[in-house]
Design a protein around this ligand. Structure first.
Ligand code: 0RA
Length: 669
């Protein structure tokens, strides 16, 4: 027994020190994407999540109740918790303080082993040391043992000793860091909404923790929501701030996600089990038609699902099917039930904890551990069995909804077959609005999805007609979340997209994953081109959500892009400069003005329609000059999720939010 413990410890120490040799913080700075995914907006925000994860671990261990996140004026981030505080005493083996070890040794968190649910691979769990490595300044302030300790670092290296700077009766950790702009070359500007969406999600996933976010960069108009849901400005200027706290966790998460949607049953159904692995699930049916399942492992959103999601789907179908058959509720139904029929109008959140998660798939967020399938399937079936037995009225309502879904699916298939019969191979049968290209090699061909007929017209004139096809979309394309399958295919816009692309509807395989046949895909670049304003990004977000839900494989294969039209044209005489950012505009004004801004004009483009077809070609469509942003699975998932976490439905406060500052989060390549 003792021998065993010792061996384990020796093994751990061995692996810790060998990791250390291979991977110093220098390695993190050399190849940051290896550790935090990317060095764009996503990676930048990831630094915050990494620190907050440590606070959540501390809370899960029972030592911390409050986490306070502040965006400081210079885009530094300050994360304060009331946990035990990182230990500051001497670390025997390392001959320096434990604090310094935690902040400068990769994966050192694991040595103290506070939680067994750390993530080994993946993006999370790389530790605060990673944040330290990628910050040009990091200050750690520890309240512990009656004292306040402070140590400062730059680019991962200590620049001061651990100093005692005062006394304190509390305990906790305050980490303040400023991201290194030589690493994060695209941007170091934090987005409040992106952070808010993730912190809100964390609060629901970890009930009982109070997380506050405050933006100290600028004051904004204060709004209050009246009882009738109307939002009114008070005339005060305040720092934007929100507190996220959930007493009941996932069941409240579901209520939030489904706010405004008519419920099918009064309360969400919950699944809780600790038998094999910790499993926490809540689900609700609404009268809508979309299926929304968010799955998490150790608080990480598993975009590509995996064994836990598969287990959930299996358990859900099995339980409902058994109940329906046992109670003779399918007597009048002639067709057959397919797995997806059990999930129409379903909103569910699945959260499991796995000690050694194996993450697979393109994004390394697909759970591979086989034991999760049966564990989740059994727990789900047992909980739903019990619910159905105890709630016969609700059970009947749910089964009726499922039968309806199966009937609609059959009708939808017929409608689709009609469409496909009318459109044999290639050319003939293409949508009237499509201005196709003359080349037929998909590798060379691009389809521009353009907002509005007028911009569509400009694009048609400006394009290279050999390889570039234009499909104008009318206004805001159908919000597919709110439409039934058959209705979605009644939408001309949606049908046009399918027909133009040459693809058919994705089919579910035996593990519940949807795949589509891309062998007849007509374009290998699908480029969403919308105005560079709030409305334009909202429309881009809707189109993206559509692709994410219905044509995931297109994104997965890297076929989906965003066009980036310029925001300004700076002009003096015959000299012109297109600008995409304010900094570029200032530089161009200075350059052309040569000391004075006389004769320099700045034109702000409000929409694509304002550009001439030559300008549109030069700036946005010409392959040799344009900048396309490829949509990654992560970006699309973040956009979709952030969209849901911020403004899932049409309830008044969120509608006001959309109107005030609708913009999609995190779409960049
Ligand atoms: C190592 C060991 C212990 C706590 C922590 C690290 C810790 C890290 C962070 C980062 C942000 N907040 C944090 N809070 C705690 C265990 C402490 C003990 O045993 O007393």
């Amino acid at each position: 027994m003792i021998e065993n413990e010792e061996m384990k410890q020796a093994e751990q120490e061995y692996s810790a020190s060998s990791i250390q040799v291979l991977e110093g913080l220098e390695a993190v700075r050399k190849r940051p994407s290896m550790y935090i995914g990317d060095i764009g907006e996503r990676g930048l925000h990831h630094l915050v999540y990494e620190v907050v994860d440590n606070c959540i671990d501390e809370a899960m261990a029972g030592y911390c109740t409050d986490v306070d996140v502040k965006i400081l004026e210079d885009n530094s981030i300050r994360v304060q918790d009331n946990g035990r505080g990182i230990p500051t005493g001497m670390h025997e083996k390392e001959h320096r303080s434990a604090l310094e070890v935690v902040l400068t040794v990769l994966h050192a968190g694991g040595k103290f082993d506070k939680s067994s649910y750390k993530v080994s691979g993946g993006l999370h769990g790389v530790g605060v040391s990673c944040v330290n490595a990628l910050s040009d300044l990091l200050v750690a302030e520890i309240h512990r043992e009656g004292k306040i300790f402070v140590q400062k670092y730059s680019k991962g290296k200590p620049i001061t000793e651990v100093k005692v700077v005062g006394e304190s009766n509390d305990t906790g950790t305050i980490i303040t860091f400023h991201p290194d702009a030589t690493i994060f070359t695209q941007t170091i500007v934090y987005k409040y909404d992106t952070l808010a969406a993730r912190l809100r999600e964390l609060a629901y996933l970890n009930k009982g923790i109070r997380i506050t976010l405050t933006d100290l960069r600028e004051k904004v108009d204060e709004f209050v929501t009246a009882e009738d849901g109307e939002r009114k400005a008070t005339g005060n200027l305040v720092y934007r701030s929100e507190t996220f706290y959930s007493e009941q966790g996932l069941r409240e998460f579901i209520d939030y996600l489904d706010a405004g949607a008519p419920k099918l049953i009064p309360e969400p159904i919950t699944v809780n089990s600790d038998k094999v692995i910790p499993i926490d699930i809540a689900l609700q049916y609404n009268t809508g038609f979309s299926e929304r399942i968010y799955s998490y492992v150790n608080n990480i959103h598993t975009i590509e699902g995996g064994t836990h999601l598969q287990g959930f789907k299996m358990g859900l179908s099995r339980s409902l099917k058994n109940y329906a058959e046992k109670n003779n509720l399918l007597a009048k139904f002639k067709g057959d039930l397919s797995p997806e029929d059990f999930r129409e109008g379903l909103t569910a959140v699945i959260s499991v904890k796995v000690a050694e998660p194996q993450f697979e798939g393109q994004t390394k967020t697909k759970l591979g551990n086989p034991e999760a399938t049966s564990a989740v399937s059994q727990a789900t079936a047992a909980a739903i069995d019990q619910y159905l037995e105890e709630h016969p009225k609700e059970a009947k309502t749910i089964i009726e909804k499922i039968v309806l879904a199966a009937t609609a699916r059959a009708a939808a298939r017929k409608a689709r077959e009609m469409v496909q019969r009318k459109t044999p191979m290639g050319g003939a049968g293409m949508p009237g609005k499509l201005a196709d290209c003359s080349d037929h090699d998909p590798e060379k061909c691009e389809l521009f999805l353009v907002e509005g007929d007028s911009a569509g017209g400009t694009a048609k004139q400006g394009r290279d007609r050999r390889t570039q096809a234009i499909l104008p979309l009318r206004g805001k394309i159908l919000n597919v979340e709110k439409a039934a399958q058959d209705r979605a295919f009644e939408s001309q816009e949606v049908r046009n997209i399918y027909t133009a692309l040459g693809v058919t509807v994705a089919q579910e395989d035996e593990t519940g994953e949807k795949h589509m046949d891309l062998s007849k895909l007509r374009y290998h670049k699908v480029i969403i081109m919308t105005d560079a304003d709030v409305d334009g990004s909202h429309i881009a977000c809707l189109i993206l959500t559509f692709f994410f839900r219905y044509m995931f494989d297109l994104i997965k294969n890297g076929y989906v892009y965003l066009a980036t039209p310029p925001l300004y044209l700076v002009k003096k005489g015959k000299e012109e400069r297109y600008c995409w950012t304010d900094a570029q505009r200032e530089a161009a004004t200075a350059e052309l003005g040569r000391g004075s801004d006389k004769g320099v004009t700045v034109q702000r483009y409000k929409g694509l329609g304002e550009m001439s077809h030559d300008q549109l070609w030069e700036t946005t469509m010409d392959p040799s000059r344009r900048v396309l942003r490829q949509i990654t699975i992560e970006n699309a998932a973040d956009a979709e999720r952030t969209f849901s976490m911020l403004m899932g439905d049409d309830v008044p406060p969120r509608r006001a939010f959309i109107e005030e500052n609708a913009h999609y989060a995190n779409i960049d390549a």
